[in-house]
Design a protein around this ligand. Structure first.
Ligand code: FES
Length: 68
């Protein structure tokens, strides 16, 4: 599922970057460019990060699809 339309980033790409150590919003943003344009994906990015921190994956319904 695409999370950031502006940067063409999907959930898998963002999860992999989080798992490789980008566990805070600023780092994830710096490494991927997510949420650097319109910002519509910001809530979904925070949800991904919160899910990672909680040790549980988020259901697809918890992630807001951008532009869909
Ligand atoms: S959808 Fe991510 S910055 Fe626009």
């Amino acid at each position: 599922m695409i999370i950031c339309m502006c940067k063409a980033l999907n959930e898998r790409q963002l999860r992999e970057t989080i798992e490789s150590g980008a566990t805070c919003f600023d780092t994830l943003q710096m490494e991927t460019g997510v949420s650097t344009c319109c910002g519509a994906c910001t809530d979904s990015v925070h949800a991904l990060l919160a899910g990672h921190a909680g040790g549980a994956g988020l259901a697809a319904t918890e992630l807001r699809r951008v532009g869909a």
